[in-house]
Design a protein around this ligand. Structure first.
Ligand code: DSN
Length: 428
C-alpha cells in the first residue's frame, strides 16, 4: 500500500469536510467554533508535551510556561464562574463527570439522575459512567408537558431514596433545573449536589439560564466547546463544603481518571475563558434570543416544536417532535443532504432502545449565533427546515439556498480579532 497516498487522502478528506461545513448550517447543540487565537494553541508545541499534577507540583520537567498558562486558566475560570475552586485538567465533559463520580461516590452508592429518554447525557446512565462506577441509579420523575423534572414527585423521591449524590443537567436542556424548588429536600438528605452544565456552560457564564452555584449546587462540570465556545475539553468547578471534598475531586481528576491533560487544549481553554469574560454576556443573550426566535418561526410553520406555552426554550436548544412528518431518522438524513446538520433525538415518550429511530430532532443555534446570525436569520432557517421537514422538497434545491445564506456569515464573532498577516506560532 502507498502510505504517503493514504496520508494525503486523509488530508484531502479533512479539507473536503471543512469545505462541506463552510457550506452548511451546523445545528448540533453540542458543537461550536473555536476562535482564531484559541485555535492557534492547538498546533503549538504544547501539543507535544506532558504535565501531570498541579502547577508547581509536577511529575515532569519542562512545565515552566505550562504552569503559568494553567494558573491563568484556573484564575480565569474562577472569575468567570464566581467559584472558589476550578480544575481545568479534565480532557472532556465526560471525563469531568467520571472524576466527580470517582471522587464523591463509591460503588454501590445511590445517585439520582435525569433519565436518558427525558434528555439526560449518557454518562449519567447505567450503560454509561454511572454504570461503570457500579452505582445504583434512580431517575427523577419528569413532566413531559413542561419538559422538566416533576418537582413534587422528585421532592418526595429524594426524601425516600436519600441519595449520596444528586445530579442535574441534560443534553436536551430546554429549561433550568428546579434547584431552588428542591433545595430543602436535597439539604435534608445531606447529599452532594452536582450539576452537569455541559450544554449551558457558556449561557451560565454569560448570566443567562440559571446560576447553579448560587442555587445550592456544590460541584459543576461541563464541556468547554458547546455554548462556551472553546476547545474540545472539560472543566470541574466547585464550592467545596470542606477541604476533604476538594481533595476528593482533585484526586478524582488526577490520578483518578486522567494522566497528561493535553496542554494545547488547556491553553486554548485559557484563551476561550478570557474571550468569554470579554464577550460572553452578549453572546449568551443573543444565543437564547435566537433559539426562541427559531422556536417561534418553526411553531408558526406548524412543525411540532415542543413547549410553545413555555416559550419553547430558555437555552440554545429546541426540541421538535417530527413523528407526523416521518420521524427523526429520515428527516435528519434529508437535512444532511441539504447541508443542515443536526441530530435525531429521543423524546420522553420514546423507548430508550429506540435511539436509532426516535420521535425527535434536537436543534442548537449556538454555532449560527457565533458567526453573527440574529433573529431575522432564524426565520430564514425555519423556512429552509420547513421545505425539508414539511414540504419534502428536493434536498438539492434547498441545499443551494442553504449555501447562499451561510456564505453571508464567514467569520467567528464574539472573540478577539486576528489581523491579516498575524505572526502565528511556528509548529517546530
Ligand atoms: N452527546 C453529546 C451531545 O450531543 O449532547 C454530549 O456529549
Amino acid at each position: 500500500m502507498d502510505y504517503e497516498k493514504e496520508a494525503m487522502d486523509i488530508r484531502r478528506l479533512a479539507k473536503e469536510h471543512t469545505q462541506w461545513f463552510h457550506d452548511s448550517l451546523p445545528m448540533i447543540a453540542s458543537e461550536n467554533l473555536i476562535s482564531p487565537l484559541a485555535r492557534e494553541m492547538l498546533i503549538s508545541d504544547l501539543h507535544n508535551r506532558y504535565a501531570e499534577g498541579l502547577p508547581g507540583a509536577r511529575y515532569y520537567q519542562g512545565n515552566i510556561y505550562v504552569d503559568d498558562i494553567e494558573r491563568k486558566a484556573i484564575d480565569l475560570a474562577k472569575e468567570l464562574f464566581k467559584v472558589e475552586w476550578a480544575d481545568v485538567r479534565p480532557i472532556s465533559g465526560t471525563v469531568a463527570n467520571m472524576a466527580t463520580l470517582f471522587g464523591l461516590i463509591k460503588p454501590g452508592g445511590t445517585i439520582m439522575t435525569p433519565n436518558v429518554a427525558d434528555g439526560a447525557h449518557i454518562s449519567s446512565a447505567k450503560f454509561g459512567a454511572v454504570g461503570m462506577r457500579g452505582l445504583n441509579g434512580v431517575t427523577y420523575p419528569f413532566d413531559t408537558d413542561i419538559m422538566n423534572i416533576d418537582i413534587d414527585k422528585a421532592d418526595k423521591l429524594i426524601r425516600e431514596t436519600s441519595p449520596k449524590l444528586a445530579l442535574f443537567g441534560m443534553s436536551v436542556f430546554l429549561f433550568p433545573a428546579p434547584l431552588k424548588e428542591l433545595r430543602d429536600a436535597l439539604e435534608e438528605t445531606g447529599c452532594y449536589v452536582w450539576y452537569d452544565a455541559a450544554h449551558v456552560l457558556g449561557l451560565i457564564a454569560g448570566g443567562q439560564f440559571q446560576d447553579p452555584l448560587r442555587e445550592g449546587v456544590e460541584v459543576m462540570t461541563g464541556s468547554t466547546h458547546k455554548t462556551l465556545p472553546g476547545p474540545q475539553r472539560g472543566i470541574l468547578l466547585a464550592n467545596p463544603r470542606n477541604e476533604k471534598m476538594q481533595n476528593k475531586l482533585n484526586y478524582g481528576v488526577f490520578p483518578g481518571v486522567s494522566s497528561n491533560h493535553h496542554l494545547h487544549t488547556m491553553a486554548a481553554l485559557a484563551i476561550s475563558l478570557a474571550e468569554h469574560l470579554a464577550f460572553g454576556k452578549e453572546y449568551a443573550a443573543q444565543t437564547v434570543k435566537n433559539a426562541q426566535a427559531l422556536g417561534q418561526a418553526m411553531h408558526e410553520r406548524d412543525m411540532g416544536v415542543l413547549c410553545p406555552d413555555q416559550g419553547f426554550t430558555k437555552s440554545h436548544t429546541i426540541a421538535v417532535d417530527v413523528r407526523k412528518n416521518g420521524g427523526g431518522t429520515p428527516l435528519v438524513e434529508a437535512m444532511e443532504q441539504a447541508n443542515i446538520i443536526a441530530n435525531k433525538n429521543l423524546l420522553p415518550w420514546d423507548d430508550v432502545n429506540a435511539a436509532q429511530n426516535p420521535s425527535g430532532i434536537r436543534l442548537g443555534v449556538q454555532e449560527l449565533t457565533r458567526i453573527g446570525m440574529k433573529e431575522g436569520e432564524m426565520a430564514e432557517v425555519a423556512e429552509l427546515l420547513k421545505r425539508i421537514i414539511v414540504d419534502h422538497e428536493s434536498t438539492a434545491s434547498v441545499k443551494e439556498d442553504v449555501k447562499v445564506l451561510k456564505h453571508q456569515f464567514t467569520k467567528v464573532q464574539y472573540c478577539f480579532t486576528v489581523e491579516e498577516g498575524y505572526d502565528y506560532i511556528d509548529i517546530v
